[in-house]
Ligand binder design. Sequence first.
Ligand SMILES: Nc1ncnc2c1ncn2[C@@H]1O[C@H](COP(=O)(O)OP(=O)(O)OP(=O)(O)O)[C@@H](O)[C@H]1O
Ligand SMILES: O=P(O)(O)OC[C@H]1O[C@H](OP(=O)(O)OP(=O)(O)O)[C@H](O)[C@@H]1O
Ligand SMILES: O=C(O)c1cccnc1
Ligand SMILES: [Mg+2]
Length: 649
Amino acid sequence: MAAAIDGPTNPMVTPLLTDLYQFTMAYAYWKSAKHNDRAVYLFAPLFNRFTLSSIFDSLNCISSLHFHLGLLINTTTYPERSDRIGATRFDLYFRKNPFGGEYTVFAGLEECIKLIANFRFTEDEISFIQASLPSSCEVGFYDYLRQIDCSDVEIHAISEGSVVFPKIPLMRIEGPVAVVQLLETPLVNLINYASLVATNAARHRFVAGKSKLLLEFGLRRAQGPDGGIGASKYCYMGGFDATSNVAAGKLFGIPLRGTHSHAFVSSFMSSDEITEKSLKNSDGSNVCEDFVSLVQAWLIKLELRNLDMEETAYVALSFGEVHFWFYDVVAMKKLILYRLVDMVEVEKEGYDAFMRSQLLGGIFGETNQSELVAFISYALAFPKNFLALVDTYDVMRSGIPNFCAVSLALYDLGYKALGVRLDSGDLAYLSCESRKFFQAIEKEFKVTDFGKTGITASNDLNEETLDALNKQGHEIDAFGIGTHLVTCYAQPALGVVFKLVEINNQPRIKLSEDVSKVSIPCKKRCYRLYGKEGYPLVDIMTGENEPPPKVGVRILCRHPFNESKRAYVVPQRVEELLKCFWPGRSGIYTEELLPLKAIRERCINQLGQMRSDHMRRLNPTPYKVSVSAKLYDFIHFLWLNEAPVGELQ
Ligand SMILES: Nc1ncnc2c1ncn2[C@@H]1O[C@H](COP(=O)(O)OP(=O)(O)OP(=O)(O)O)[C@@H](O)[C@H]1O
Ligand SMILES: O=P(O)(O)OC[C@H]1O[C@H](OP(=O)(O)OP(=O)(O)O)[C@H](O)[C@@H]1O
Ligand SMILES: O=C(O)c1cccnc1
Ligand SMILES: [Mg+2]
């Protein structure tokens, strides 16, 4: 048995986190002594014995002997153990890939194992169940609940972070029927959103491209605290690089990233608010006593860069130690001059022209001074990590020049600014314009790599907008994505289901008018078959005791429900999908629960291995999910035997 496993991340995940009907069913199982029922209940009055026995001889889902005998062997109860003769088996799977895609990322397994490993009722919980069930329920049931745990339950599952497909069991849960029944709701709950949001993240990653930094910014818009924490964990698993969610950073070690908000920018009004203006050089060798003036000086220099150098008067300004010669003052606007005038000594010969120019206006004056002050304050607080939100007033007329002035001043002191965030407007256009501005500065002022200054974009981004941005061409390096990502706006739930596939070794099938809802019975083995080029070709389910597919040996893979769909596959690699993650009392080898980072790597690798036509957004090719010929025959035999024959009158 594995070492002690912590409880679920969310303390609300307890044995009570289930639907009432699981308790009423558990009571009814208990009342009819079926909760631990170990009978070999082999009864197939409608079955064609000859056919069934020949199918089962090889499939071995049920001992063929019993069918030869055609016996109803009556109930024998082994109340203390579930694994004597038979077991109850449920498959947890989904029927359709989300978001119109053809793949899903399996997530949430670790939390399931944490629940199972710690599954015990407290006295308080038992009292509550007792108060919630009809008073006619016998007290012996509560004694039964008192002693149950999951030591008799076995979990086989696909590794978390794997790319998975409809109908293939993600988990097989075996154990006493009453206990496993209680697990249905929490397990489905733990897998559903986790897999959905991990898939959503993977899809956003696919559109954004490998080289982009993806930041999950969804906490404020997530569906409650658990939605927010889960989103951060599973978006990271699905390929995001970092989160803004601090609690998730602490809980799971996810890298934290962030910028600042519009409120920070608009909270500043004047440079008087900056009381400490000094900033040390990055190497600590020197101190710039007035970083504010240095920035102001750079702003003026930047503005001049845009002006016609031939024109008008000559002015020389000096700000303390720093001297600038302006060949054009026409574009100087009132605002900035008013702000500067007390700091500026205008040399005699240029004075008149300088004052005249105040009235003329121009590009320079467009920058918003309170925004500049906000940027300066942020840079003084984080000189090594300066990143500015540049769309509070006007991106190109204010935010970008202000950012550049601050960054260039930082550069003078040996720091390199991280970049800007755009949070409104045409993100493609603004990113391209910003990039041009950065490149022009690199060229003109010989600032190494300034052209590569980072551009982060946010604002209601989703797969579609990422795709549109790609088509238009953009210069964005990082995307901050919230609402659409974490709420799974495009599809709010993944239809994960939990279906009984075998009880006491007897296969069960759930029929439906809708063929896609027919369950695949029996304890199964599942394999992924890889082709010559290294891509996964098909997933195949077989009966538990069928020989596994072999490398280089042709195997017939059949669509589980469509007779005409089948293909021979010669696998170059065979991977068994279901592994034991909770051995119950068998104590056999259990897969380790890997750290989140390792699961993320698995996820990224597996997504990278998929053939591109399965991954594309528009009309992706369905990945083939199949059954062996024997399992196919068995499913259909069982189907015919379970479905009543209609009568026409
Ligand atoms: N180039 C683009 N192509 C396609 N969609 C874009 C592009 N640029 C931005 N978008 C998207 O267009 C939408 C614009 O949102 P909205 O209409 O709220 O405007 P806004 O720029 O946010 O304005 P506001 O100043 O009111 O915040 C967002 O979802 C954004 O992601
Ligand atoms: O747009 P999302 O994908 O949800 O990304 C997160 C958003 O959250 C913040 O907005 P804020 O809460 O300030 O609201 P607003 O931008 O809608 O005004 C941020 O500026 C992003 O725009
Ligand atoms: O850090 C950010 O920029 C951020 C964080 C959460 C939401 N929006 C933006
Ligand atoms: Mg926004």
